[in-house]
Design a binder for this molecule. Structure first.
Ligand SMILES: [Zn+2]
Ligand SMILES: [Zn+2]
Length: 244
């Protein structure tokens, strides 16, 4: 697999000092994806073939709906509805024609199978997945090639639990043998060390709410409860990419 390196965003990421710079990059990828499908790109017939056929996951449909671009989204939805009607027509006819509870049940069940099938896959998730693969591959490649990057990564706050899985998956494309073992150990020692650190920050928040500690310093733990959540689940998650 030939994967394009994303050296600049990954170097910028490791320097930013966040809990997971893959989260930061993926939130940006998500914003870019939403912006693209609310732009004039949706006026072009090829893109509308894609939106009609594949659509979006519920999360990204929601971001599109809240994206403040009514005209673009109205165009997308009009023809998406048209295609949905075509797909559902047969099942809806069968529901109307069903003369017994058993037949009705069967037809309704078949209709909702089609609905589930229609919901599968998301164009924004697919665009995000392409970037996620490149970012995670680049982290492993830079770790191998660039001693300065390796040091920066070792001293960083690591990654969220969610993205550690993607980083390891792509490490297997970039590295092998002893390199893969060493890098794998680094990923998971970063994870352990930084989950402990985040838990400690969260614990300090619980202590700060005790009256005897109210004058003690926060030590940067004012947002510890949120960091504790996102260090596990990540942000900018790829939910349902198309599998072609
Ligand atoms: Zn993350
Ligand atoms: Zn999606």
């Amino acid at each position: 697999m030939k994967i394009q390196l994303e050296t600049i965003p990954v170097w910028d990421g490791v320097k930013e000092g966040s809990e997971c710079f893959i989260c930061t990059l993926m939130k940006k990828a998500e914003e870019d994806g939403v912006r693209y499908y609310l732009s004039s790109a949706v006026m072009t017939p090829e893109i509308r073939v894609e939106t009609n056929r594949d659509g979006f996951c519920p999360h990204h449909f929601q971001l599109l709906a809240e994206g403040g671009k009514p005209q673009s989204l109205a165009l997308v939805m009009d023809t998406y509805y048209e295609e949905s009607k075509r797909i559902f027509q047969h099942d809806l006819d069968r529901i109307q024609d069903a003369g017994s509870p058993r037949r009705l049940d069967k037809a309704v069940s078949s209709f909702f199978d089609s609905v589930d099938e229609r919901e599968k896959g998301c164009l924004i998730c697919s665009r995000m997945e392409e970037r996620l693969v490149r970012y995670c591959y680049t982290v492993a490649a830079l770790w191998k090639e660039d001693a300065e990057f390796r040091k920066a990564l070792e001293e960083s706050k690591g990654f969220c639990l969610h993205h550690t899985r993607d980083l390891y998956r792509m490490a297997k494309e970039a590295l092998s043998g002893d390199d893969l073992v060493e890098y794998g150990h680094l990923l998971f020692s970063l994870l352990r060390r930084n989950l402990d650190r985040v838990q400690h920050d969260d614990w300090w928040m619980t202590q700060k709410y005790k009256s005897e500690n109210k004058d003690k310093p926060w030590n940067g733990c004012e947002d510890a409860q949120k960091r504790a959540v996102y260090k596990l689940i990540g942000e900018g998650r790829v939910i349902d990419p198309l599998k072609r």
